[in-house]
Write a protein that binds this ligand. Structure first.
Ligand code: C2E
Ligand code: CA
Ligand code: CA
Ligand code: CA
Length: 278
């Protein structure tokens, strides 16, 4: 009930500022936000289903607007993509996430950090330089950085995209396929691309315990992924039954409100230092 209350509150807050956001999320509004340092990164813990330990976190950008308050990415990322500003915004998120993970590493917490990439970033000739720069400036071990791509970004399959992926992989950076199952799921490209992880979309995870179809699809995806030597992350885990079902299915890592909402880095650090929940 408490969680539902928070969601309701969030829903109204989002509905009320939707118009203001549309007005603010212009190219100039987003550029000003970047210059004024109004973006921040929240982190959502990722938990090993084998040990129960927090093993990493996904970096999720927010816009902390001085008048409108916290604006979720769904309200401005599409405009940032249309205007091309997702490139500098994405580079800032990447640098910030690497700094945070390096700070965790320095304090004895080797947590991985997963950063979302947009299609526009993956299509740029300077992506490798941006990633190399973020790693060098932060001192983060490349093995602790993970980049999340969606299936639709890979079907373009251009020489530049493939070259970017190869060079990123060569650095030791992990690559995962986000929202798996919602896009054009051509399994042959996954083997060819040598990605490291699949993130099962929360639409399957959400009714895992209520739908035989979702349960069968999830089981099949986990088995297929393991057959290809890929790790599997389940997103959108909202209750204990779903967590237990995923554990029985052999899923490797879970992420969702039940395990921790996106929040300040300190919350992930606290959770990581606690005894494992199971
Ligand atoms: P995503 O990559 O699929 O991220 C997961 C989203 O699901 C997040 O929403 C997260 O808060 C939400 N979520 C996590 N656990 C649960 C759960 O148990 N139940 C439910 N119902 N939702 C859950 P958020 O933070 O609003 O981000 C939305 C989308 O915005 C992300 O979806 C991603 O596509 C995009 N995004 C966020 N940060 C960035 C970024 O830095 N760069 C780019 N290009 N996109 C970003
Ligand atoms: Ca993601
Ligand atoms: Ca996702
Ligand atoms: Ca998504």
């Amino acid at each position: 009930a408490k969680a539902a209350g928070r969601d309701t509150h969030r829903f109204f807050a989002e509905a009320m500022n939707a118009e203001a956001v549309a007005h603010l999320s212009t190219r100039s509004g987003l550029r000003r936000a970047l210059e004024r340092g109004e973006f921040l990164v929240h982190y959502q813990p990722q938990v090993s289903l084998e040990t129960g330990a927090v093993v990493g976190a996904e970096a999720l950008v927010r816009w902390n607007h001085p008048d409108e308050g916290m604006i979720p990415p769904g309200a401005f990322i599409p405009i940032a993509e249309d205007s091309g500003l997702i490139v500098p915004i994405g580079a800032w998120v990447l640098a910030e996430a690497c700094r945070q993970a390096a700070a965790w590493q320095a304090r004895g917490l080797p947590l991985s950090v997963a950063v979302n990439l947009s299609a526009l970033q993956l299509q740029r000739a300077d992506l490798v330089r941006t990633v190399t720069g973020a790693l060098a400036d932060s001192g983060l071990d490349p093995l602790l950085l993970e980049l999340e791509l969606t299936e639709s970004m890979l079907i373009q399959n251009t020489e530049l995209v493939m070259d970017n992926l190869r060079r990123i992989k060569a650095m030791g950076v992990q690559v995962s396929i986000d929202d798996f199952g919602t896009g054009y799921s051509n399994l042959s490209y996954i083997g060819r691309l040598a990605v490291d992880k699949l993130k099962i979309d929360r639409s399957f995870v959400a009714d895992l315990t209520g739908s035989h179809d979702s349960a069968r699809i999830t089981t099949a995806v986990i088995q297929m992924a393991h057959g290809l030597n890929l790790n599997v992350v389940a997103e959108g885990v909202e209750d204990a039954e779903t967590l237990e079902a995923l554990r029985r299915m052999g899923c490797d890592v879970a992420q969702g409100y039940f395990l921790g909402r996106p929040g300040p880095a300190e919350a992930v650090e606290r959770a990581a230092r606690q005894a494992s929940p199971f």
